[in-house]
Design a protein around this ligand. Structure first.
Ligand code: BTN
Length: 335
């Protein structure tokens, strides 16, 4: 299987192998000599890497003389661990993992322009400049959330690309439901909410010719194990841990998301936009009958949501009576 090429800043493959070896033998002491042999490095390198993992918060016990073991299996999204779970799938072949990067969307853009193939998955444990919609920042606390970007090269026209944002929302809804039993609410076009607070968001960016998409990158941020948020987000954000009362496996959730997205993506390409639009309408109580305010930047008006157009754009019946199509802008519910 083709391995993803290394990119500056991506997690060293041998460091990731050390983590996998320890994770697969969790709570068993593995001698420094065995680790050195299996990974193909010297015992002193093993020692240095163990230090590095400890700096990154991985709880490795022991020392070279006695051997090493993991006190707790870390919930780190390394390619080795993921590849075993999503083997042979579109999103199971090319992983780029960073302990820290600025933005997985930014990295994905760079890879896409350089010719990286469809299905690449870019992941970070932490982002220093996570991007949100409308130029906002996405809070990306280390190890607490999932920060992932998928690279697609779909045979679509640019007007159909926003459907991929909605598709990602549907996949995330199913993944969260499968793992936690929680029924998230989808708010057009890119918000995933629980109890009126944001649990996930999607930022889709693309490069296209007038009639054909060259590539689309779908960036997904999920609040999984955050216990607290910065003061400015406290009233608008929540996490799966806060909502379920216990820590959730990020690895498990990501595996579910990748599997769901792959199935949904293939169905969308086979069946067309109606597959996405109808499912979104069925799941999202927000898409019809909700009193909203729309801010486009140029104008602001109130109305009632009136379903989605065949291309997945929101229809709003203005107070004056006319039905308008919302192409971009902020839509907030009026209570
Ligand atoms: C939103 O504003 O709701 C969209 C948030 C999208 C955040 C994700 S985190 C992974 C990917 N990389 C980024 O820089 N942004 C997206």
């Amino acid at each position: 299987m083709a391995q993803a090429p290394s990119l500056p800043g991506t997690t060293d493959k041998q460091l990731a192998s050390l983590l996998t070896l320890l994770a697969e033998n969790a709570t068993i002491v593995v001698s420094g000599g065995r680790i050195a042999r299996e990974i193909g490095v010297s015992r002193s390198t093993v020692w240095r890497w163990v230090q590095r993992l400890r700096e990154l918060g991985v709880r490795v016990k022991g020392q070279t003389a006695t051997g090493y073991f993991l006190e707790m299996v870390p919930d780190i999204l390394t390619p080795d661990l993921l590849r075993k779970r999503v083997k042979g799938k579109l999103f199971g072949k090319r992983f780029y993992h960073f302990f820290k990067t600025d933005s997985t969307n930014r990295v994905a853009m760079e890879l896409a322009y350089a010719g990286e193939s469809e299905g690449a998955v870019i992941l970070a444990e932490e982002q220093s400049a996570g991007r949100g919609r409308a130029g906002r920042k996405w809070h990306s606390e280390v190890g607490a959330g999932i920060y992932v970007t998928l690279l697609l090269r779909p045979p679509l026209s640019p007007v159909q690309a926003p459907l991929l944002t909605m598709l990602a929302g549907l996949s995330l809804h199913a993944a969260i439901l499968g793992q936690t039993g929680l029924n998230t609410e989808l708010k057009w076009p890119n918000d995933i909410l629980l109890n009126d607070k944001k649990i996930g968001g999607i930022l889709t960016e693309m490069h296209a010719e007038p009639s054909q998409v060259r590539f689309v990158i779908v960036g997904i941020g999920i609040n999984v194990n955050q216990e607290k948020f910065p003061p400015e987000l406290c009233s608008i954000a929540t996490s799966l841990r806060n909502e379920t009362g216990r820590a959730q496996s990020r690895l498990e959730l990501l595996v579910r998301l990748l599997r769901e997205f792959e199935t949904d993506y293939n169905r969308f390409l086979r069946e067309g936009p109606a597959y996405v639009v109808e499912r979104f309408m069925a799941i999202s109580p927000f898409a019809s009958g909700k009193r909203v305010r729309v801010d486009t930047g140029r104008e602001s008006y109130a109305g009632v949501t009136a379903g989605l157009s065949p291309e997945g754009l929101l229809l709003v019946k203005k107070d004056g009576g006319a039905i308008v199509t919302v192409i971009a802008g902020d839509v907030t519910e009026i209570r």
